[in-house]
Design a protein around this ligand. Structure first.
Ligand code: ADP
Ligand code: MG
Length: 257
């Protein structure tokens, strides 16, 4: 049996499609009959919202699991075939609450250890920062998947990101592997964006797989507004085949022991 692939979607920049990809990749893995758990680690609760829940009305969120060591609050029903651990704004306080906690970096890893055998994939939606919640996510993960916006300025931030991954490997998670890089919001009509995709391929393919770029389209925002993965919102949309291709690649990942 393949071990559970725990994939952190991580980039310290906001608005690069981490949450959108978490939901849509999870959906295509679930369509392949994989058991999928999505974990919202962003206090903004965007993933929770995209999945149709109201963060403000939750009785439990990931915060209690990582701060109070309570069992992971998995939402009682599957949503579009996926299980979800929701987040709400209380999670924002957890960095402070864990300030002096012993082995705090391992809080998410330990919480997931109890349930991980129930899933083939656990996808963690990380917050847009290099703070403790991101470190918790990267420490819990077997793999990191990095969405990068196809603009020169976003590409520049990857140096900082690679440095963070080195730090995590050195201190809390030596077997963390790259699932790869996903160029996102690609507008093929813009010469600068085509150059950026080429630069991403040239400079990062030694580190991890560079997947085909996800086209820029308002359909992702429209689908989220309707609380749906794109494939359920507009089943013939041309961006779906790219997401599916990436999900198929994730399905072939192996876990280092
Ligand atoms: P992050 O989680 O990295 O902050 P989101 O997934 O919330 O990013 O995406 C940021 C915004 O960009 C959202 O409004 C989302 O609908 C939109 N978006 C995501 N992917 C695409 C895309 N391929 N093309 C255009 N807009 C996109
Ligand atoms: Mg997000």
């Amino acid at each position: 049996m393949t071990k559970t692939r725990i994939i952190a979607l991580f980039n310290q920049s906001g608005g690069v499609a981490k949450t959108t990809l978490t939901q849509n990749l999870g959906y295509h893995l679930a369509l392949k009959k994989r058991r999928v758990l999505l974990v919202d680690m962003d206090p903004q609760g965007s993933l929770t919202t995209f999945m149709g829940l109201e963060p403000d009305t939750l009785s439990e969120s990931i915060q209690q699991a990582i701060v109070e060591n309570k069992p992971l609050p998995i939402y009682p029903e599957l949503i579009h075939g996926m299980a979800l651990v929701p987040a709400d704004i209380n999670l924002a306080a957890s960095e402070m609450q864990l300030f002096s906690a012993i082995a705090r970096e391992y809080r998410l890893k330990n919480a997931l250890a109890v349930v991980k055998d129930d899933y083939d994939f656990i996808l963690i939606d990380s917050p847009p920062s290099l703070g403790l919640l991101s470190i918790l996510s990267l420490t819990a993960a077997t793999h990191i998947l990095v969405p990068i916006q196809c603009q020169f300025k976003s590409f520049k931030g990857t140096e900082l990101l690679l440095n963070t991954v080195s730090q995590v490997r050195a201190h809390t998670n030596p077997t963390l592997q790259f699932a790869g890089f996903v160029p996102t919001m690609f507008d093929s009509r813009t010469a600068q964006e085509s150059r950026t995709v080429k630069a991403i391929q040239e400079q990062l393919s030694d580190i991890g797989t560079v997947y085909p770029p996800i086209p820029k389209t308002i359909a992702f925002a429209d689908a989220s507004e309707h609380r749906l993965p794109l494939a359920l919102f507009d089943k013939n949309h041309n961006a779906i085949s790219v997401v599916k291709k990436i999900a198929n690649s994730l399905d072939k990942l192996e876990v280092k022991s």
